[in-house]
Ligand binder design. Structure first.
Ligand code: SF4
Length: 459
């Protein structure tokens, strides 16, 4: 049942859910009213968020918030659970190509303290395990492994190492010392090819020496054998090519969704739902087939709203490019309250949005895509991509959102802002969003509103 686009509070969604149910809403098995995630799972932060009023958004949220149940159900059915860490979008493509494997990112536990408004105690528990607030919120993962109350213990844990931030490296090593064996694979820090050196084009208009691609490919061969043994089915070229084609189906849907949402005169879907949708790219929220359905629905809503000229954020809103995911999802609502809309994003996994080449041997293609990870190259490479995407989406301002304690690049924000200033001349700021941003609202509000005003004054 269609209704003019609006953002609803959790209370308003109760009534909207009744209305949809009366109109004959058909939901997948994980469907139901949003409020139950507060009552049954303690996702208290939902009370502070505002959600798009479409049935497609309801499906998206229910899909996101039932992932742990889905993993437990898969385990009960005898499927193998693979914890993949840090690569954000590479090993899951291999795992989901095989029968009976489910890959997920324990790293995703970094949102649990936000969703549960710290009632989960994960950050405090991580501190007792020696990982304090000088580390980024991904430390919640360590406590989630220890208390076993969130995701099931994986049958295998696979983590990339090498070009990895200090936070994750320290936390993963601590995890292994706590008795959780990890299979490591090497990801070299991406560099530009030297003059005369054999070079390779990567997705995202990047390049790397062939020797680095070979190194990653050899590592993925090793991981592929391990996954094949777990599945009892070899990860041969045909199997992996089919997995890549499925992953690309999802990446194409996301590309269409981003084009429709970021390229339209006003926003047909809210920033928050778009952030959640983009996150589905990295491991399909533990159900690859369902991800296709969720994104297809969202895209249909976005396209229908654009056709009808119905938007959830006005045409006057400033077009903002956002860098890095926010620890507190509420920040996405606030940007729109303050007069902005998202037109372009780099949530640290642009390589999971780019198409994996299908005209190359599959492992070579996956290795090239893995090396295009914005977090394994220089901040300058990342800044150049931000500039190119800002141009494509006609962004009027850039927000680099810092993650508290994050060590991935102390100077990243300054580098991105400088390149944006030089190449585009649009305003850019850097700010920090903690897992619960309520106490920071006055500062965040004045900084973001000043940015939006500056961008508006340049029109
Ligand atoms: S420091 Fe940055 S890259 Fe590393 S885990 Fe934290 S947010 Fe991710």
């Amino acid at each position: 049942m269609t209704a003019p686009p609006r953002k609803l509070t959790l209370e308003e969604w109760d009534a909207r859910y009744e209305q949809l149910a009366r109109a004959g809403l058909r939901e997948p098995g994980y469907g139901g009213p949003l409020r139950r995630h507060v009552l049954l799972e303690g996702d208290l932060r939902l009370r502070q968020l505002r959600f798009d009023n479409s049935a497609a958004a309801l499906r998206l949220w229910n899909f996101l918030l039932t992932e742990n149940q889905r993993l437990h159900a898969a385990r009960a059915k005898g499927e193998k659970i693979i914890g993949t860490m840090k690569d954000l979008g590479t090993v899951p493509v291999m795992a989901y190509a095989l029968p009976g494997l489910r890959a997920f990112y324990p790293d995703g536990a970094w949102w649990t303290p936000c969703l549960m408004e710290c009632s989960d105690g994960l950050l405090q528990q991580a501190e007792k395990l020696g990982i304090d607030a000088s580390f980024c919120p991904v430390r919640a993962m360590l406590a989630a492994f220890q208390n076993g109350e969130h995701f099931p213990q994986p049958d295998a844990l696979i983590c990339s190492t090498g070009a990895v931030c200090d936070d994750f490296s320290a936390i993963a090593q601590r995890l292994e010392k706590m008795g959780f064996p990890i299979v490591w694979w090497e990801m070299p820090r991406r560099r530009s090819p030297d003059p005369g050196e054999s070079a390779c084009l990567l997705p995202g208009n990047l390049s790397a020496p062939q020797v680095q691609v070979d190194c990653v490919r050899d590592e993925l061969v090793r991981i592929g054998h391990l996954l094949g043994n777990l599945a009892g089915h070899p990860l041969d070229e045909v199997t992996l090519a089919a997995g890549i084609s499925k992953a690309n189906q999802i990446r194409r849907l996301l590309a269409s969704l981003r084009r429709t949402a970021y390229g339209s005169p006003a926003a047909p879907l809210p920033a928050l739902e778009l952030l959640v949708a983009e996150m589905l790219a990295i491991h399909f929220c533990s159900d690859r087939e369902e991800t296709v359905g969720v994104l297809t629905d969202l895209l249909a809503v976005a396209e229908a709203r654009v056709r009808r000229g119905q938007f959830v954020v006005s045409e006057d809103a400033v077009r903002v490019f956002w860098v890095n995911p926010v620890a507190d999802l509420r920040a996405m609502n606030l940007l729109e309250d303050w007069g902005g809309r998202i037109c372009g994003s780099d949530y640290m996994f642009t390589h999971a949005l780019d198409l994996i080449p299908e005209d190359l041997p599959p492992l070579e293609a996956l290795a090239r895509t893995a090396l295009a990870d914005p977090m394994v190259g220089s901040a300058l490479d990342r800044a150049r991509r931000v500039v190119a995407d800002c141009r494509a989406y006609r962004s009027e301002a850039v927000v680099v959102s810092r993650i508290p304690g994050a060590s991935h690049c102390a100077h990243e924000g300054a580098i991105i802002r400088e390149v944006v200033r030089q190449d585009l001349g649009i305003p850019a700021i850097e700010l920090e969003v903690p897992p619960i941003c309520d106490a920071m609202l006055p500062t965040l509000s004045s900084r973001v509103q000043a940015l939006l005003e500056t961008a508006r004054s340049r029109r």
